[in-house]
Design a protein around this ligand. Structure first.
Ligand SMILES: Cc1cc2nc3c(=O)[nH]c(=O)nc-3n(C[C@H](O)[C@H](O)[C@H](O)COP(=O)(O)O)c2cc1C
Length: 157
């Protein structure tokens, strides 16, 4: 599967139960795909037992920001295992907040997709989430996607 080039997204969600004002959580992902146009459905595969999976078990609302090749550093930071806290990472990341999900949406992403989980399927060491698309925004007109291929971040061309 290292030979399958994938677009890189930052999956985000807001945890209202963590701390006095809640906490934002982010995770770099490539296992995010389009499923259906009518109704609009997408699918995310998330490692069972990860911080994100644990949150998405009780928080059906989340978002995916499709990253550009100028956002490699963002992808790298949100993929680090055992990082201390996403709070510090979001402090340094320009972002807004989804009106449907309250999830962080990365500024200057290729697209910002707000979702609500409709189905969960256990699949080996991952959990598949089928989700309804609630809203899409396209912040940049001319952006090039961030790709991941053979264990490296790449650009088109
Ligand atoms: C390019 C790339 C793609 C990734 N795609 C996924 C993914 O689709 N699903 C997933 O659960 N983890 C994926 N990961 C791993 C998570 O980003 C990483 O394990 C997580 O942020 C670390 O937190 P954890 O210790 O809670 O797993 C990916 C990592 C990289 C570098």
């Amino acid at each position: 599967m290292a030979r399958l080039a994938g677009g890189v997204v930052l999956v985000t969600a807001h945890d209202p139960e963590e701390g006095p004002r809640g906490e934002d959580v982010g995770m770099t992902a490539t296992a995010f795909v389009s499923v259906s146009l009518d109704p609009p459905l997408v699918l995310l595969s998330v490692r069972t037992g990860s911080r994100m999976e644990e949150l998405l078990e009780r928080q059906p609302l989340w978002a995916a920001s499709l990253l550009t090749d100028a956002q490699r550093q963002v992808a790298g930071r949100f993929a680090m295992k055992g990082r201390l806290s996403d709070r510090l990472l979001f402090r340094e990341l320009p972002h807004g907040r989804g009106e449907y999900t309250d999830a962080p949406l990365v500024d200057d992403a290729l697209a910002q997709i707000e979702c609500r989980t409709e189905q969960r399927v256990a699949a080996g060491d991952h959990t598949l989430l089928v989700a309804r698309v609630l809203r899409v925004a396209l912040p940049v007109v001319e952006g090039r996607p961030l790709l991941y291929f053979q264990s490296r971040y790449r650009s088109l061309g």
